[in-house]
Design a protein. Structure first.
Length: 176
């Protein structure tokens, strides 16, 4: 390769910073990709906070419903562990960094952490609230994805909405 060519290649490489999503041409404007990625980051923070809450409750639940809740929570946190990966990787595909620290999640999440271990039925109530919060956040991002014809994000949001609304119903049914 000539010196000139390798210089051009080096200049091109230097001009392709990925951190702010520049240089990506998938048919969605940078500002739309940025708005969707920022909405998905809020969803990721909610999903991760709810994942940890569910795992915490799986470990610490006590009482006559121990077996039922311990196993139910296990199914729920296992699903959530896979879901956070899909949300984070969609943010990356849109060209932006996915938040991945507890301090970022604390700032971005709409779900509060628990300072102490609640009684079993309060755990169920808190998880209902958590799933409802995730549904609200996912729903709030939907118009941004639709406006930009971002079908992969809309599809992901639809799946999260179905899951959170169904899980909230199942948990709620334990309280009736
Ligand atoms: Fe376990």
């Amino acid at each position: 390769m000539s010196k000139e060519k390798s210089k051009t290649r080096a200049a091109k490489a230097a001009k392709a910073p990925a951190a702010d999503g520049a240089g990506i041409d998938i048919g969605i404007s940078k500002s739309d990709r940025e708005a969707i990625a920022s909405g998905l980051s809020r969803l990721l923070a909610d999903e991760y906070t709810l994942y940890l809450k569910t795992h915490n409750f799986h470990w610490n639940v006590t009482g006559p419903m121990f077996n039922t809740l311990h196993l139910m929570f296990e199914g729920q946190y296992t699903e959530a562990a896979l879901a956070v990966d899909l949300v984070a990787e969609r943010i990356r595909a849109l060209g932006f960094p996915a938040p991945g620290t507890y301090s970022q999640y604390a700032k971005l999440s709409s779900i509060e952490e628990d300072e102490s271990v609640p009684p079993a039925l309060d755990m169920v109530k808190k998880l209902v609230k958590g799933h409802e919060a995730c549904a609200r956040t996912a729903r709030s991002v939907f118009p941004l994805a639709e406006k930009a014809s971002d079908e992969p994000t809309a599809d992901l949001l639809t799946q999260r909405l179905q899951l959170h609304e169904k899980t909230a119903w199942m948990l709620r049914s334990l309280l009736e």
